[in-house]
Design a binder for this molecule. Structure first.
Ligand code: ADP
Ligand code: SF4
Length: 689
């Protein structure tokens, strides 16, 4: 297909100082959990983005010195760190894109657990978050040292072959930003006080960087123009505007956003596409240099309007490039409905924050490009002539059927219900989660293009009907249900009263199916991801008096990793949900539940006409057990293998179900062998002992 001429503007080249980007698609720096520990996997992932049409592909933050150490990110501490990054540059160059590097000194944000150095800051202060250190105030020697370290890293970056090198002043994560923000800088010298002084270090580092790269690389500045903290922090009216006005023509590109990371990477539960526009829109009028911004943009029309309306010159993306590394190519080839849109769930962020290979709900091949040899667009053709039956059209079944169909297999997808999508269809109707429906929509759209996949609705399969299909391979993607008896992480056994009061005990499945609890509702959340908070939110919005009881110290505590935790706490309070943190439900009685404080074991009672148990899920695997009960009958029916995938195999996040579906399509349920099934980079032993 040909490109729609309306989108031509997105494919105009953009000059970034001495280098030229082939189009306006710009993958901004983003963490990925692979970084320095898995450099070849990281390089391959970046290379696939370049192949997918991004004109610029950047690294994550790159620690420049031992006084700013993080375990997971890449580094350029000395020349030994150049080869892993050069490998990434080669992959990116090999596919026609420019490679960008983001040298970083995290200042007070760095725990420095590796090198045990005392963190540094413009003024003395406690280190970030709850790190049990203090950062020391930098003197003039420290400032000179920092500038030299940055310059050294820049020179190494140039040697590695990067085309664009950043000065990083974003996300509350770097020294030039700490100097700019009033909340960190209480200095009385020429680096503190008036905004002209607070911007000095940023100016100096941009000048150092320009001088170090000469005309080999473009120099980009990533600047947080708003910390969303009012006058305590950087505001667009004061520091943001002043920095752009004073330094507007100095770098070759401005990459602007809001800080901190949880504001920059807001999830779709809390922010719509384009949520940063109001904060960054002023920048372009203050500089002639190209401006990049982000906002989870996946709509090409929106991208065009950003360029035409003079908001941005280049469309920045982290998450949309993770969910669909081929987004630019699809626009270029006129394949708009093939774009796999990011759902804004922040599972990528959450898994990178666990310091390991990032995963993506929409893109099961993310981080698997090198170690498993998976590619987001291509898949090996079928190598057997099996006919394959997939039972259940939730995210696992849809993805398995889609990817098997892409391989060329004849696939039958049977779904018991009247709609496609399984849990995704249900969960996307919870408040704020509508964008999650994209998991279903993209797969259904792709399936409609595959004549070799037949979909049967309202087809509840039994062992007999499965055997009648004549399929040689069977994948059961029959999902999971929430447990009703209150057992889970805190309680190993069913809760007293759960059976006796069964009429008043509900699960998220009941609420999503439209059950209307009577009277005040207690939500018991021993799951700790989004579901407990989302159910409480729905019930409160529906007008119920809601209490949320959880053994955790915060509602939806795993969302600390997806950067949503604070917003969820705020929302609970705004909706008037009564919180019983560090408490467990211990008994269910008529009109009341008993709860206990986890630490003191003191009991209390709260009024509740109904209890919603959000504790654990059980696989729906009755069909599997029925089939396996008569393997002879399976053989006679021509079935070679029966596999469980997705939540039916192991309940978990949607990302795991999609991954399970894709993996099945690649491996057809092959048993895991004795060795490690993927490639890995092992530690290189030192020559000296
Ligand atoms: P997953 O997340 O693993 O994809 P879901 O719970 O989202 O699981 O989806 C499971 C789907 O399987 C649901 O749409 C459900 O209606 C369907 N299903 C369950 N049992 C059967 C069955 N016996 N026959 C056909 N479809 C089934
Ligand atoms: Fe988007 Fe979720 Fe994938 Fe992250 S994990 S890129 S937020 S779909």
């Amino acid at each position: 297909m040909a490109r729609d001429p309306r989108y031509d503007i997105l494919f105009e080249p953009v000059r970034i100082g001495p280098v030229t980007a082939r189009n306006r698609f710009y993958q901004v720096p983003h963490c990925n959990g692979m970084g320095r520990k898995h450099p070849t996997a990281m390089a391959a992932m970046r290379g696939v983005k370049a192949e997918g049409g991004w004109a610029v592909v950047c690294t994550e933050q790159c620690d420049i010195h031992v006084t700013s150490d993080t375990e997971r990110e890449i580094r350029l501490w000395d020349d030994r760190d150049i080869p892993p990054l050069a490998r990434m540059v080669d992959r990116v160059h090999g596919r026609g894109a420019l490679a960008g590097l983001e040298p970083t000194h995290m200042g007070y944000h760095a725990g420095n657990f590796i090198g045990r150095e005392i963190p540094m800051a413009p003024s003395g202060r406690p280190a970030h978050g709850i790190l049990p250190f203090h950062a020391r105030a930098m003197d003039k020697t420290d400032i000179a040292d920092y500038r030299r370290w940055h310059r050294n890293a820049v020179i190494r970056g140039k040697k590695a072959g990067f085309d664009i090198i950043y000065v990083y002043a974003g996300h509350g994560l770097s020294l030039p930003m700490h100097f700019l923000s009033p909340r960190h800088n209480r200095r009385a010298d020429e680096y503190g006080g008036r905004v002209e002084n607070r911007v000095r270090l940023l100016r100096e580092v941009i000048e150092d960087t320009k001088e170090a790269v000469g005309d080999a690389c473009g120099v980009a500045v990533r600047l947080a123009v708003n910390e969303l903290l009012g006058p305590r922090g950087i505001t667009p009216d004061e520091e943001g505007r002043a920095a752009i006005e004073m330094l507007g023509e100095l770098p070759d590109l401005w990459d602007v956003n809001v800080s901190e990371w949880e504001n920059d990477s807001e999830s779709s539960r809390f922010a719509e596409e384009g949520y940063q526009e109001e904060h960054i829109a002023f920048v372009k009028s203050r500089t002639t240099k190209p401006v990049v911004g982000v906002g989870r943009y996946t709509s090409p029309d929106r991208m065009v309007s950003l360029v035409r309306n003079g908001v941005l010159d280049m469309i920045g993306a982290a998450r949309p490039s993770i969910a669909d590394p081929f987004l630019p190519r699809k626009i270029e080839e006129g394949r708009i409905d093939d774009i796999r849109e990011c759902i804004g769930c922040n599972v990528c962020v959450g898994t990178a924050n666990q310091n390991t290979y990032m995963r993506c709900t929409q893109n099961p091949t993310m981080s698997e490009e090198w170690r498993r040899g998976w590619h987001p667009e291509t898949i090996p053709p079928a190598d057997t002539d099996d006919r394959i039956l997939v039972v259940g059209a939730g995210p696992a079944g849809l993805e398995a059927a889609r990817a098997l169909g892409q391989r060329g297999y004849d696939v039958t997808l049977a779904e018991a219900g009247a709609e496609l999508g399984g849990r995704v269809a249900r969960e996307s109707r919870l408040p704020g989660l509508a964008a999650w429906g994209r998991v279903r929509d993209w797969r259904v759209g792709q399936l409609r293009k595959l004549p070799n996949v037949e979909i049967f609705m309202a087809s509840e399969m039994t062992a007999d009907t499965v055997r009648e299909t004549g399929a040689g391979m069977v994948a059961l993607a029959t999902g999971a249900v929430w447990r009703r008896d209150g057992s889970g992480r805190y309680h190993d056994f069913p809760l007293p009263g759960a059976a006796a009061q069964a009429r008043r005990v509900l699960t998220p499945d009941d609420i999503m199916a439209g059950a209307e609890p009577e009277g005040p509702v207690a939500v018991y959340d021993d799951d700790h991801y989004y579901m407990g908070g989302a159910i409480a939110e729905k019930l409160a919005r529906d007008g119920h008096a809601v209490s949320l009881v959880t053994p955790a110290r915060a509602v939806s505590s795993w969302t600390e990793f997806t950067l949503e935790i604070d917003r969820i706490q705020t929302r609970m309070r705004e909706l008037g949900v009564t919180l019983h943190l560090s408490h467990a439900v211990t008994r269910i009685d008529e009109r009341e539940v008993e709860i206990e404080d986890m630490y003191s074991r003191r009991a209390a009672r709260i009024e509740a006409g109904a209890v919603v148990m959000v504790t654990a899920q059980d696989p729906v695997d009755g069909l599997y057990r029925d089939l396996m009960a008569d393997e002879d009958a399976n053989r006679k029916a021509g079935i070679r293998r029966v596999s469980r995938i997705g939540d039916c195999y192991g309940p978990g996040p949607i990302a795991a179900a999609v991954f399970g579906g894709y993996r099945y399509a690649r491996e057809l349920g092959e048993a895991i062998g004795d060795g490690c099934p993927w490639k890995r980079e092992t530690v290189e032993l030192a020559a000296e002992v």
